[in-house]
Write a protein that binds this ligand. Sequence first.
Ligand code: DAU
Length: 310
Amino acid sequence: MVYDKLTYAGNPDNLRHLEDNPRYSFVRGDICDMPLVDRMVQEQGINIILNFAAETHVDRSILEPGSFIQTDIYGTYVLLEATKKFGLERMVQISTDEVYGEVTTGSSVESDPLRPRSPYAASKAGGDLICLAYYTTYGTPVVITRGSNSIGPYQYPEKVVPLFITNALDDLPLPLYGDGLQMRDYQYVIDHCEGIDTVLHKGKIGEIYNVGSGVEIRNIDMAKQILRFLKKPKSLIRYVEDRPGHDRRYSLDTTKLQALGWRSRHTFQEALEKTVKWYKENEWWWRKIKSGEYKVWYERQYGKRKTIAP
Ligand code: DAU
């Protein structure tokens, strides 16, 4: 059962291919709505919750942090309460490498202290801490995954990779923040999902597992690679004013998850190439999005952003 509020980034088109599957059902709802969550868990005989629900975009959290604190912290509490009250088998909390904060050297292990630096990262760190507190205090069966940047089909084009691909397809500028030398671990969404599935089935209750490819790429190199795949000129790259508090680098040590048998199966090149191909072949999906309220967001986020010298 998919339970989703369908905010701006939610999209029934993403699940269209599942509509005839007898094992699939959809309920529109907010994880902050405790009476509805409780009713659905009971009526549908739910035994496991995977919490993918979140406000996720760092730039939006800088403009309006309130909904992040509400959904990512309070919403997580509502799901933990349901897990505890109805004696569910397990709750998997999907978290992020951003809770560790900027990593200048080495790689983050699961026991590292949390040093979130954006309202988004802080709200996710809050969710993680409530999960761990429920485990310690009540023995609630919760397990946490912390993933790096996902890329792949159906990603809302506010995230940098689909934003750059769709802009490049339309010969629009690619707004690269600051010096473009920030590093991210861009993993293919299927690898990320397989990591979560491994933790769902084999992860130890009360534990945390990092999920990432272990390969960090500079944003400028990611942008150039997209342009190369699309045979577009480098002159489309536009250096713009940086994101406030921009984390330079994240890096995950995934030894703990690998010990459960999981391996990342796509290289960065393969992941990016598949992603570019999907956006090229699925204009029906993203053109609809980019013509709607997205335009208002784009103007607010990029309209007044100054171009800077590289
Ligand atoms: O690391 C995992 C996280 O990855 C997830 O927890 C977040 O939900 C997800 O949004 C993502 O956060 P990032 O801030 O890393 O992703 P984003 O796609 O916004 O940006 C990736 C990098 O690209 C980052 O260094 C900022 C840069 N960037 C982003 C945008 C939107 C640009 O240079 N220009 C842009 O227009």
